[in-house]
Design a protein around this ligand. Structure first.
Ligand code: BGC
Length: 735
């Protein structure tokens, strides 16, 4: 690759430093030390002074970070500044919706702005490196980390991952407020068996390349500074020791030249995986695979010198990995400007931050149901409402996972949001009914039912507390926890219309409650400003515009269930399947079925990928392509008309799907290839166009190389992944 003058000067500086470094100093650059409680110890200071630390983890106060940097820059022999890493995942002080919620906005600009805000806040506290975005494809809602993901689709995750990286890193990495991003976890972590965190994955190379790698390739192409190895075992070789991932794919094929960081202690954990007999061998495997930095374990620090001295590791390999670390530091401008200037403490007092958090929450909420147009509520038509449920008035539990540095007093609960908006006009009766989302006691259910009976409408706030999703927080049963389903039934007995607002870190299985709710807003963990945003949606100041970034199963046994599945040789289609209660006694073995479905759950999800309702009514028509054929090097325009046939202005997320009808490797039944948020006035029709190029249609073939093959492609434009407005074109030639 041709280098710019700036890159050349960075490489010269790196080469010069490496020439002057001792082996111990080189190993120091590969060592990230955890500060534990965030404070400075003598041991850490000494280690930094001795040049034995390249990065720290979990220092979050500017004075401490400046002290650390001063030791590194002024008191260590070579004066190399430190990287200061922290999990800044969906906000720093001001918490935005969890990443899965942000994904439901299908809004790259919003995701970028959220990351920018978080970077600004975090960088004032001395942080120059975040461990985000998590761009693991997540097709299993049992996995607690689905909350941190952008969902199940490689295209959506790629677009939003790139947006988040742009937000953290900015246009200029050396500018104040830009911090290094980390695309994680490479690779396949989201496919952990059984949806159990950290467990094994077995993913064929073709599936890796077509699905799991896609967002990472996009991240590398957009210049992400760092990549984190996954904790998980991939096809028998844990990612931390996986040369195929870190060397062949990342370095050789994609030309990534930033830092590959291990996950927390994942180097010694190679022994727990059963890959290595001891910590020394684990360090050897990780270096050989191409892991440039050891997060937290100290294994490199303990063993690398001996491994190099004993000839197990060539110093040239170490030099390359050290160069990765120095390169990121140079790109961030840390050699020139290692210190944090605290001129203003970016806190949530900042109204722009609060507005952005509210906008993000507004756009992330997905309306799943709205029978008889129960929503929006009108303060003119109602006189009293009952607000019920364990998550109605809890500004902490709406924040979600990874909120280490949140200003937890800044959040506005849903009840407070409703009171602020409608408290003067309506009589609001609040009953918590359950102490937490997990509580089993039904002692307060009579009170809840009576409150429902005396109200014109019930707003029922259900879901999961923050701690029930996120890392290591997986669930085998993903229905509403505790006695919440029973609460729904009891409230229903009152006969008053019920709106369910669900706050959760994953798609829950809602099958047992959905019929007892007249309307449902799915709010994920909406962050600090979830309360005002949800109130605005309930009372129609804004229309819901979120769309599902992950499929909602009917039953947990359907998992993995995702829209872009392969067709199989015997797909179940239409509504033709016979379910368990309709099977005649002693039916002959082949008298029904013989297609791919569950007797007790059918084959459809409860809610499909891309789905989400609006207060407006949208209809699609007139799909056209600019040509019936597409040849190598060309592109075509696909368009459709989107009409708002309802009575309110609203935003629709228009989605483009394709299907490669026959290919040398079977292709999904549908693949998302484009999306746009379009604002439409009532009565207005807008023509929405997408450009599709040959490259957009490419997939990894039998030889695992990217190609577009000739033949028929079907396309659909619509409001979700089941859109039926479609047409087709032919690819001629291909590549
Ligand atoms: C997680 C990473 C995280 C790291 C540092 C690990 O347990 O898997 O995603 O960045 O901890 O906190």
């Amino acid at each position: 690759m041709k280098q710019t003058a700036e890159e050349q000067s960075i490489e010269n500086r790196i080469a010069d430093l490496i020439r002057r470094m001792t082996v111990a100093e080189k190993i120091g650059q590969m060592n990230q030390m955890c500060l534990g409680d965030g404070s400075l110890s003598d041991e850490i200071s000494q280690q930094i002074r001795a040049g034995r630390v390249g990065a720290v983890l979990n220092a979050v106060d500017a004075d401490t970070v400046n002290t650390l940097q001063r030791i590194a820059v002024e008191e260590s022999r070579l004066g190399i500044p430190l990287l200061v890493g922290r999990d800044v995942i969906h906000g720093y002080r001001m918490i935005l919706p969890i990443p899965l919620g942000q994904a439901a906005s299908w809004n790259e600009g919003l995701v970028e702005a959220g990351a920018r805000l978080a970077a600004l806040e975090a960088s004032t506290h001395g942080i120059n490196w975040t461990f985000a975005p998590m761009i693991d494809i997540a097709r299993d809602a049992r996995w607690g980390r689905i909350a941190e993901s952008f969902g199940e689709d490689p295209y959506l995750a790629s677009q939003l991952g790139v947006a988040m990286i742009r937000g953290y890193q900015g246009d200029d990495l050396t500018a104040a407020g830009s911090i290094a991003a980390c695309a994680k976890h490479f690779a396949g972590y989201g496919a952990s068996e059984g949806g159990r965190d950290y467990s094994t994955t077995n993913i064929p190379e073709n599936e890796l390349r077509n699905v799991y790698f896609r967002p990472f390739k996009a991240a590398v192409d957009t210049g992400v500074c760092t990549i984190m190895a996954s904790f998980s075992d991939l096809n028998g070789i844990p990612a931390t020791a996986n040369e195929f991932l870190m060397r062949q794919v990342l370095r050789d094929e994609w030309e990534f030249d930033g830092i590959v960081v291990s996950d927390y202690n994942s180097i010694p954990q190679l022994c727990d995986h059963g890959l290595t007999a001891d910590d020394r061998q684990a360090a050897c495997e990780a270096v050989t695979a191409g892991v440039s930095m050891d997060m937290a374990s100290g294994s490199y620090e303990k063993h690398l010198e001996g491994l190099i001295g004993g000839g197990d590791i060539d110093i040239a390999i170490v030099d390359q990995l050290v160069a990765d670390v120095l390169r990121v530091k140079a790109r961030l401008g840390l050699f020139e400007n290692p210190y944090t200037t605290v001129d203003s403490d970016n806190t949530v007092a900042n109204t722009d931050a609060a507005r952005l958090a509210r906008d993000a929450a507004l756009q992330s909420v997905v309306m799943l149901k709205n029978d008889d147009r129960l929503l929006p509520l009108s303060t003119e038509k109602l006189s009293s409402i009952a607000v019920i449920g364990p998550l109605a008035d809890d500004s902490y539990e709406q924040l979600g996972t990874w909120i280490f540095d949140a200003d937890i007093n800044a959040g506005v609960s849903c009840l407070q949001g409703i009171r602020n908006l409608a408290g003067d006009a309506l009589d609001i009766h609040y009953v918590k009914a359950l102490e937490t989302s997990r509580s089993q006691s039904s002692d307060a259910f009579d009170e809840a039912r009576d409150a429902a009976r005396n109200a014109d409408v019930v707003l029922l706030f259900l879901g999961e507390e923050s701690i029930l999703s996120g890392e290591a927080h997986c669930r085998a049963d993903i229905s509403l926890p505790g006695a919440q389903a029973e609460l729904v039934r009891r409230v229903r007995e009152a006969g008053t219309p019920v709106v369910g607002v669900i706050l959760a870190g994953r798609p829950l299985v809602l099958t047992d409650v959905i019929d007892d709710l007249d309307a449902v807003l799915y709010a994920w963990h909406p962050g600090a400003m979830g309360g005002p945003a949800i109130a605005e949606l309930l009372f129609g100041l804004e229309s819901p515009s979120g769309k599902l970034p992950a499929t909602f199963p009917r039953a947990v046994g359907q998992i993995p269930i995702y829209y872009n599945q392969k067709n199989s040789g015997r797909p179940a289609i239409g509504n033709e399947v016979v379910l368990i209660d309709d099977i005649p006694v002693r039916a002959a073995q082949t008298s029904f079925g013989m297609t791919a479905y569950h007797l007790d759950a059918g084959f459809k999800p409860l809610f499909a990928f891309g789905f989400g309702l609006s207060f407006a009514e949208f209809s699609y028509s007139n799909i056209t392509t600019s040509s019936d054929e597409l040849a190598i090097g060309e592109s075509l325009i696909v368009s459709a008309d989107l009409s708002n046939t309802g009575f309110v202005a609203a935003t629709e997320v228009v989605q483009l799907y394709i299907r490669d009808v026959a290919a040398s490797v079977t292709r999904p039944v549908r693949e998302l290839k484009g999306f746009r948020r379009i604002h439409v006035e009532p009565g207005q029709t807008v023509k929405v166009s997408f450009e599709l190029s040959i490259a957009d249609l490419a997939f990894y073939g039998r030889d695992n190389r990217l190609r577009t093959e000739p033949g028929e492609f079907q396309i659909w434009i619509g409001g979700d992944s089941t859109a039926d407005l479609g047409t087709a074109f032919q690819v001629t030639g291909g590549e």
